[in-house]
Write a protein that binds this ligand. Structure first.
Ligand code: ADP
Length: 267
């Protein structure tokens, strides 16, 4: 990327002498560009459900003599407005995570609570889609952070695992301590992700399979949210996938030991 500079001049006392000052504004340009992209993306993403609601409202008027059709259009309006609400909610969530104070709450959080809660949140969806979810391993490790955010991160991964897997397959939620890190992985036997898409799936609104994402009510923001949460907690997220065989997403977070609480750990 070319260097962006801002040129300023300043008179230098003597007649005809000026100083030329070059400021490197590459980084702030980049941040501006990212923000502009985000706004452009949002406008684009909002157009679809808003446009659909508009068309459906007109269809309701046109079909006002036909109660069955009115009902069908009204059902679709309920569906589209739920999508729109979810999209707006996730956009707000993501912009908070990118804001000045993304992690206001710092407390010791038990990893096992996080995984149990994330599984709970996906229990119904997994059941409905005939997918079994098993927790493999356990840890008494903790993480310093915001429990609600960490639950969201793991729940988003589980939600994807369930959404992008065929009926009758299994999802494994693995938990283990690895040195001074805690590892949480979500493995599925689903459709997998093509290599060309792998490094892009964490981008906002990037979907490897737009039709499928739409069908499952995806917003394209789930993994961007995961990535921000994990990064804000000093951790990393990685993905391994094989098309047609499945995917594994792995979160690694610095583990936290409250030495004062279990005093016998002291040297
Ligand atoms: P979405 O709301 O579309 O699921 P995400 O940000 O959660 O958005 O994921 C981005 C894209 O990555 C998805 O649209 C999908 O193509 C792909 N993806 C994410 N998780 C999985 C998975 N477990 N298996 C296959 N594809 C996945």
């Amino acid at each position: 990327e070319p260097l962006a500079v801002r040129v300023r001049t300043r008179p230098l006392g003597g007649v005809g002498h000026i100083a030329v000052i070059l400021d490197d504004v590459t980084e702030s340009r980049r941040v501006d560009a990212v923000r502009r992209d985000f706004v452009a993306n949002i406008s684009h993403e909002l157009k679809t459900p808003v446009g659909a609601l508009h068309v459906l409202a007109e269809a309701v008027y046109a079909a006002s003599d036909d109660p069955v059709a009115v009902r069908r259009f009204a059902d679709r309006m309920t569906h589209e407005s739920a999508r729109l609400a979810r999209l707006v909610q996730e956009i707000i969530h993501l912009s908070r995570l990118q804001g000045a104070d993304p992690l206001p709450e710092l407390r010791p959080v038990a990893v096992d609570n996080v995984t149990a809660e994330a599984v709970d949140r996906n229990r119904l969806a997994a059941q409905t889609r005939g997918i079994s979810v098993a927790v493999i391993g356990q840890t008494d490790a903790g993480v310093l952070g915001d429990e609600a955010q960490l639950v969201t991160a793991v729940a988003n991964l589980l939600e994807n695992a369930v959404n992008y897997s065929p009926r009758g397959t299994r999802v494994g939620l693995g938990v283990r301590s690895a040195g001074d890190m805690v590892e949480i992985s979500v493995a599925d036997e689903g459709i997998g992700i093509a290599e060309k898409d792998l490094e892009r799936v964490f981008e906002r609104f990037y979907r490897a399979d737009p039709a499928r994402s739409r069908e499952t009510g995806g917003t394209g923001l789930g993994l961007a949210i995961v990535k921000h949460i994990v990064t804000n907690h000093g951790g990393t997220v990685g993905v391994w996938s094989s098309e047609g065989a499945g995917s594994t997403f792995t979160l690694r977070l610095p583990s936290y030991h409250d030495d004062l609480a279990d005093g016998d750990d002291a040297p």
